[in-house]
Design a protein around this ligand. Structure first.
Ligand code: SF4
Length: 258
């Protein structure tokens, strides 16, 4: 599968904010959000093709650099050392892996990759727009449904305006993900009117508990996010939603590898 980057950082969004994690960013997306902050994994996909075992090896190196080096020396075909697996399953360390994109659910290789990560007892989060289904191993399905505010304008790319509009909402996929996984829903909100659209969206899915719904301001600059938080945070408090800041922007700015 094509991988744009694999890096270790701190989760900046959602229920696991603040958790040390390794992020695997797949490259390629079936949507083209106008505000996409990872165009190198959607509009202009970059990266290299890596096998599931090569990806596991890089994850292992990021969590356990010395152990991974030993494992390579002992047996170069062994992509994950037993010692690392043992450390990972100890009470003192619980390693989190986040599969993000782009759209990771585009890749069928995600099925064996997540199965292997599960076998090693990693906690697995998958960040998806919720338009594609795969029977993956996953501890937290972090769904970011795309509202109409995500649609790219025709002057940018008329073909993608049409294709994005056609594909951004897949209710049968959302229902299946909700039924099979522990889910959080993160909506990107640009203006107060978007909150009305969130309510219309949720009316289609009465099974969603409001406490699992997060509203996140749109933006890649800390000042813009702060301005939007002024009205969005109280709105969330008044309507039973969780306000979801984008902490990685505050901590690191809009940078790759964070
Ligand atoms: S779904 Fe995500 S990766 Fe794809 S275009 Fe939208 S924001 Fe970018």
């Amino acid at each position: 599968m094509r991988i744009a980057e694999i890096f270790r950082s701190i989760q900046g969004e959602g229920r696991l904010t603040g958790v040390d994690s390794v992020f695997i960013r797949t490259s390629g997306c079936n949507l083209r959000c106008r505000y996409c902050d990872t165009p190198y994994a959607s509009w202009s996909p970059e990266g290299e093709d890596l096998s599931a075992s090569e990806i596991q090896e890089k994850v292992s190196e990021l969590f356990f650099p010395s152990v991974a080096a030993d494992a390579v020396e002992i047996n170069s075909s062994d992509t994950f050392s037993e010692e690392a697996a043992e450390k990972n399953s100890s009470d003192t360390f619980f390693a989190h892996v986040v599969l993000t994109g782009g759209e990771p659910m585009l890749f069928a290789e995600l099925i064996p990759l997540t199965a292997a990560l599960r076998e090693r007892e990693y906690h697995i989060t998958i960040e998806t727009a919720g338009t594609l289904y795969l029977p993956v191993a996953c501890d937290l399905m972090s769904i970011s449904p795309k509202l109409s505010n995500s649609t790219p304008p025709p002057e940018l790319d008329p073909h993608w305006t049409w294709r994005h509009t056609l594909n951004r909402h897949a209710p049968e996929v959302i229902r299946r993900l909700l039924a099979e996984y522990d889910c959080q829903l993160k909506f990107v909100v640009d203006c107060p009117d978007d909150c009305r659209e969130v309510e219309e969206y949720l009316a289609e899915f009465p099974e969603v508990e409001r406490r699992r719904v997060m509203l996140m301001p749109q933006g890649v600059e800390a000042e813009v996010l702060t301005e939007k938080a002024v009205w969005l945070e109280p709105y969330c408090a008044d309507h039973g939603f969780t306000f979801c800041p984008r902490r990685q922007i505050e901590w690191f700015g809009a940078q790759r590898g964070t």
